[in-house]
Design a protein around this ligand. Sequence first.
Ligand code: C5P
Length: 227
Amino acid sequence: SKKITIAIDGYSSTGKSTVAKQLAAELGYVYVDTGAMYRAVTLYLMRKLLVSDTHFDKEAILRHLPFINISFVFNKEVGYGEVHLNKENVEKEIRLMEVSQQVSKVAAVPEVRKMLVEIQQEIGKNKAVVMDGRDIGTVVFPDADLKLFMTASTEKRAERRYNELRDRGEDVKFEDVLANVKERDYLDTTRDDSPLIKAEDAIEIDNSNLNLEEQFEKVVKLARNKI
Ligand code: C5P
């Protein structure tokens, strides 16, 4: 069977990574979480105090980019590559709310996008990849064989993200999670460089009322049709 490229885009907390991981496991493909890459760059800049609620030093950010190395290291326990920032596994730390609150500002910087898109294109150049993000079907792999665009109601998404963070032991308030989901939707869809938009040839999947099995069945069918 032939190898294909699968692009999964959509709003925050629509379950993109769940679908992407399931598909990659089913097909024996590589899963790439591009949001993790933007989060890792953001974490680096937060540690350098260049990005915070009150501070965003674009010039300094650009000066630091050459010192930021983002890579994935396969972890067989979980079955996919975990993101590393300058050789440090930051997979857990990048999911903190503090990082979620800054990431969309960093992701709007064209130089940051250019740097990460190059890495993404390199990882996916031989196909057999499932990549999730905001611009995969539009910018990173406009010729992807299968493009999915995930949506769900804002409330549903915030509820899922809230439960996820709570399960991980983070002490967050539902209204803060909801506000963050809305803010990222707004920033991600209105930025000048590579805004989140459904590619013309993407298949929209609203999973507000689908359970994981139903969703899995649906996407596997779509993928198998292309292979
Ligand atoms: O997917 P996740 O929610 O972890 O992504 C975090 C943030 O990274 C998004 O809200 C968005 O600002 C940015 N992002 C992006 N382009 C991608 C993936 C993520 O701008 N391909």
